[in-house]
Design a protein around this ligand. Structure first.
Ligand code: S3P
Length: 195
């Protein structure tokens, strides 16, 4: 797996050249910056951003929190798989896709994500995740007595999964949004140019 290095001078990157057809898929834990980086990448490339959580919310006409409480987590996980399958059968190209943090956990979803395009794992440390996710209460899995312990436990279970699914692993703590997005673009162009 190639590692992004900030020494690649991403700020000098020329963004006018389009990427080949495939999509860029962002995976990673809640609060790792998928939506923020997704928006930035979308602007840089003029690609629409699809957020799998938002797509499920639109279909269900319920918030993620309400889907969890009214229909259960299994129902939500099935909706995630169906959403990714739908994107593939639509033949989706030229999009940025921000995924829910638990989407790669189902083993069958991982090859589907890689089929959709270049998969980037946005990684952040526990303090950063805690700080970002404590700003609102819309994440049912973190509504626990000790969110820090919950995050640490879930990260311990999930990091190997993100590692397995991703073409690129990017540690974002300390990087700014523009640096992160330019680094991803540079790596994606290299990947698509050699695959
Ligand atoms: C979840 C992450 C959330 C959302 C749901 C479950 C998870 O998405 O899909 O609350 O299992 O990590 P974000 O990663 O966009 O917060």
């Amino acid at each position: 797996m190639p590692l992004f290095s900030p020494t690649l001078s991403p700020m000098n990157h020329e963004c006018s050249e389009p990427l080949p057809a495939k999509n860029i898929i962002l995976v990673g834990f809640m609060g790792s910056g998928k939506s923020t980086i997704g928006r930035e990448l979308g602007q840089l490339l003029s690609y629409p951003l699809i957020d799998t959580d938002s797509k499920i919310e639109e279909n269900e006409k319920l918030s993620v929190a309400d889907i969890f409480s009214l229909k259960g987590e299994d129902y939500f996980r099935e909706s995630e798989t169906l959403t990714v399958q739908q994107l593939i059968s639509d033949g989706l190209t030229h999009h940025i896709i921000a995924t829910g943090g638990g989407l790669p956990v189902r083993p069958e979803n991982r090859p589907l994500l890689r089929e959709l395009g270049y998969v980037v794992w946005l990684d952040a440390n526990t303090d950063t995740i805690l700080e970002r996710t404590s700003r609102n209460s819309n994440r049912p899995l973190l509504q626990t007595e000790n969110p820090r312990a919950t995050i640490e436990k879930m990260l311990a279970q999930r990091n190997a999964i993100y590692q397995e699914v991703a073409h690129l692993h990017l540690q974002t703590t300390g990087l700014n949004i523009a640096e992160t997005a330019h680094g991803i673009l540079e790596s994606a162009r290299y990947f698509f140019g050699h695959s």
